[in-house]
Design a protein around this ligand. Structure first.
Ligand code: DGI
Ligand code: FE
Ligand code: FE
Length: 193
């Protein structure tokens, strides 16, 4: 079992991220640890994934594209048009190459934290949900309910957030990443909605 220097990673994120993004990151880390306690997931993995999930977020979009091209990281048509979507994919890459994380479960949680994917692992779901419900978030109108539901039935909460994200993006359907829709369809089917 790999040992992680959480304090070092924390320091690195403080330097890499804007103040607001760093506060959000700490919120995701602590929330992910709490959800991991609730659902019997490795708390250290949840903390590391939470800490690093947005590690590529503050790289300017032009630079994101450059780094992806340089390292042969595939850029989809949707990501070309909305390069901020790339921070998840690039984040997983950097977590491994820059921050030395090689646990595939942690890297997967970072990789899929923005769009989700069908049949996510419990750690994937925990990071996806912690990103949405951490205490500094205040945008969504139904946050109070989603927060409670996350600790009662996390897949139900996940479904609600995927549904809300698609609704939110429906003003500009051409910007919906296919994976966001596929994730929603999967959980709609799984939860018999
Ligand atoms: O990085 P964060 O802001 O903490 O959170 P995130 O990684 O979930 O990114 C949130 C943003 O991503 C939010 O503004 C909605 C957007 N998003 C999620 N799915 C899609 C999407 N944007 C587009 N264009 N298409 C999607 O499918
Ligand atoms: Fe993110
Ligand atoms: Fe985030």
């Amino acid at each position: 079992m790999a040992e992680y220097d959480l304090k070092l990673l924390q320091k690195q994120m403080k330097e890499e991220l804007s103040d607001d993004r760093y506060e959000h990151t700490l919120g995701v880390m602590y929330t992910a640890e709490s959800l991991a306690m609730r659902y019997g997931v490795d708390m250290t993995k949840a903390a590391v994934a939470g800490l690093l999930h947005d590690c590529a977020k503050c790289i300017p979009n032009v630079q994101k594209i450059k780094i992806c091209k340089k390292h042969d990281i595939e850029i989809s048509e949707m990501e070309e048009k909305n390069p901020s979507l790339l921070h998840a994919k690039l984040g997983a890459y950097m977590a491994e190459e820059v921050y030395g994380i090689n646990d595939p479960e942690i890297l997967s949680a970072i990789r899929w934290h923005t769009t989700g994917k069908p049949d996510m692992s419990m750690l994937d779901i925990i990071i996806y949900m912690a990103d949405y419900i951490e205490p500094n978030r205040d945008k969504a109108p139904d946050l109070k309910e989603i927060r409670k539901l996350s600790f009662e039935n996390i897949e139900e909460a996940l479904y609600r957030v995927l549904e809300g994200t698609l609704n939110y993006l429906s003003d500009r359907p051409e910007t919906i990443d296919p994976m966001t829709k596929v994730s929603y369809d999967f959980y709609k089917w799984k939860l018999k909605k």
